[in-house]
Design a protein around this ligand. Structure first.
Ligand SMILES: [Zn+2]
Ligand SMILES: [Zn+2]
Length: 302
């Protein structure tokens, strides 16, 4: 699973950072979290194609998180997309999309399915789930937790040979969790597979004040991506606008036992982000401010 930071800035775009958009490439699909203005162009300058986006999750209706949607859908249409697109967001997203998809002399050339998520609701896909978490911002806002389902345990080749199974397609079927027959013998996958292994977990806060319910939902995340609009010296002021400082983001990372923290939604006032990183690392060592187009490969723990 690869995270590509398409927009790491907050509030309005700057020459250095575009507004919020985080792509997760998983197998052949791209899952997009937030879609600030100009996101389709950020895709073009990244290693990913916007045509591969299948699912979009929007945290809230501040422009820096959703204004890229009409442009993205129009660019997809002009590039002859036929595949449907699915979009989730907080209550109100259906009405909003109704307007955005009809803007100007345009209608999408493919189906766009839009669904509202209540706080705490879960969307269940075959290999992972995405859960929404109520956040604390100055407008209704949700964060998201992407949790992969457990994977089958490691294949014990020696054990399979001991049982008298021939190397070849039967090994593959057992690894995929199928029961196989060989020479009158039935072999269940549990006989040759180790314990199931945990999937990977990514949590994205969107815009928010520090939230203990989000820390709970993000427990044990491999990667936490959190609002860190400013450094600690401007914390009080940012909190009034419903944002966190990098120090507060680091506290959430520490509280939820994340493996790694990415600080995002960086205020356009910063050219140098070293104070943001320092304030965070005083609390949580593995904290980083990504630049637009930075990529991070999320590895399995085992
Ligand atoms: Zn924002
Ligand atoms: Zn906002």
């Amino acid at each position: 699973m690869q995270i590509v930071f398409l927009g790491t800035g907050g509030s309005w775009p700057s020459p250095k950072r575009n507004v919020a958009a985080i792509a997760v490439k998983r197998g052949r699909e791209i899952i997009l979290f937030d879609c600030g203005e100009g996101t389709q162009r950020q895709f073009m300058m990244s290693s990913l194609s916007f045509m591969q986006v299948q699912k979009i999750f929007i945290t809230h209706f501040h422009g820096d998180h959703f204004l890229g949607l009409p442009g993205l859908v129009q660019s997809m249409t002009l590039n002859d997309r036929k595949e449907p697109l699915r979009i989730w967001g907080p209550r109100g997203i259906r009405d909003l999309m109704e307007v955005l998809l009809r803007i100007g002399y345009f209608s999408p050339g493919f189906d766009v399915y839009v669904e509202e998520m209540e706080d705490g609701s879960e969307v269940d896909f075959p290999e992972y789930t995405v859960t929404s978490v109520k956040m604390t911002h100055n407008v209704p806002s949700i964060g998201f937790v992407l949790q992969e389902k457990d994977r089958p345990g490691k294949f014990n080749r020696e054990r399979a040979i001991e049982l008298g199974l021939p190397e070849g397609p039967l090994f593959g079927r057992l690894q995929r969790g199928e029961t196989v027959e060989h020479d009158g013998m039935t072999v269940a996958p549990e006989m040759v597979l180790g314990e199931r292994r945990a999937g990977r977990k990514i949590a994205y806060s969107g815009d928010t004040l520090p939230s203990s319910s989000f820390a709970d939902a993000a427990t044990g995340s491999d990667v936490l991506i959190h609002d860190a609009t400013t450094d600690a010296s401007l914390e009080e002021k940012q909190n009034e606008f419903g944002h966190s400082s990098s120090r507060q983001a680091a506290q959430i990372a520490r509280d939820c036992g994340a493996r790694m923290l990415f600080l995002t939604h960086i205020s356009p006032r910063y050219d140098d982000v070293s104070t943001l990183e320092k304030d965070a690392r005083d609390v949580f060592e593995n904290a980083h401010v990504p630049n637009d187009f930075d990529e991070h490969l999320v590895r399995y723990k085992d």
